[in-house]
Design a binder for this molecule. Structure first.
Ligand code: F6R
Length: 244
């Protein structure tokens, strides 16, 4: 595990984008795992800028998003499909046929989840999984639980997560109660993982992720066991760490 503490969010975003760029320079057809949310927005902006300056190409890259809300149409402004288009894909030279997001509108979600896992396998596995972190320690939508969830699956969202994500919706009642997410097993199978987190609200979850015991009550804590795991946090998110 490698922990990098940055001065602020801008530096975090630059470093995270640099990490992705380094991978794409050595492997232009890399497979990336991608998150939505506020944290990666700065990194996506940096990557868009590199792409538009002609320094970096995504034309051979394949992507798999971590999760999607159940029951939101792709055109819904809160769907993660729309989020990725608006904040990343429509600004870069990626081949849209190589971008993948779980289809949480499917009438057969378990079948869709298996299909998603098979597609990841067929693409050769994920070279770099980029993760944000929930205030409650969730990764993807793998919420604190009694056991570590396996592969891509349907999940009931925690009240904490519904509350945290309600900032994007017109009211808390509009936030879907279920989602489809890659599981802990899907994430741990990725060849390398980079987790990014910023701000005071993440400090407790970061401390538990890095220095706490490995427990499904803090899903991100399992990442301590991954061989190629990098965490990039700003000073606020790192403020409760004692060993770094
Ligand atoms: C989003 C995702 C979530 C977020 C997490 C942090 O695809 O998988 O785990 O990464 O909820 O969200 P932000 O970055 O908005 O604080």
């Amino acid at each position: 595990m490698k922990v990098i503490v940055t001065k602020n969010y801008e530096e975090l975003s630059r470093l995270a984008a640099g990490h992705v760029a380094d991978l794409l320079k050595s492997k232009p057809d890399a497979v990336l795992g991608l998150p939505t949310g506020s944290t990666p927005l700065g990194m996506y902006k940096e990557l868009i800028a590199m792409n538009q300056k002609g320094e970096l190409s995504f034309k051979d890259v394949t992507t798999f998003n971590l999760d999607e809300y159940e029951g939101l149409d792709r055109n819904d402004s809160n769907s993660y499909y729309r989020f990725m288009l608006d904040n990343f894909f429509s600004h870069i030279d990626i081949d849209r046929n190589k971008t993948n997001i779980p289809d949480a509108m499917s009438s057969d979600i378990p079948k869709e989840c298996l299909k998603y896992e098979k597609k990841i396998e067929k693409a050769g596995g994920i070279d770099l999984m980029i993760l944000g972190l929930g205030n409650n320690g969730h990764i993807g939508f793998n919420e604190p639980a009694e056991y570590f969830a396996g592969i891509t699956h349907r999940v009931k969202l925690h009240e904490d997560t519904i509350k945290a994500n309600s900032r994007f919706f017109s009211s808390i009642d509009q936030v879907p109660k279920f989602a489809v997410t890659m599981g802990i097993k899907s994430i741990m199978h990725c060849k390398s993982i980079m987790l990014i987190a910023n701000g005071k609200a993440k400090a407790e979850a970061i401390k538990k992720t890095i220095e706490g015991p490995i427990t499904p009550q803090v899903p991100a804590s399992v990442l301590q066991l991954h061989r190629y795991f990098t965490i990039i946090v700003d000073e606020e998110a790192a403020s409760l760490l004692t060993k770094h």
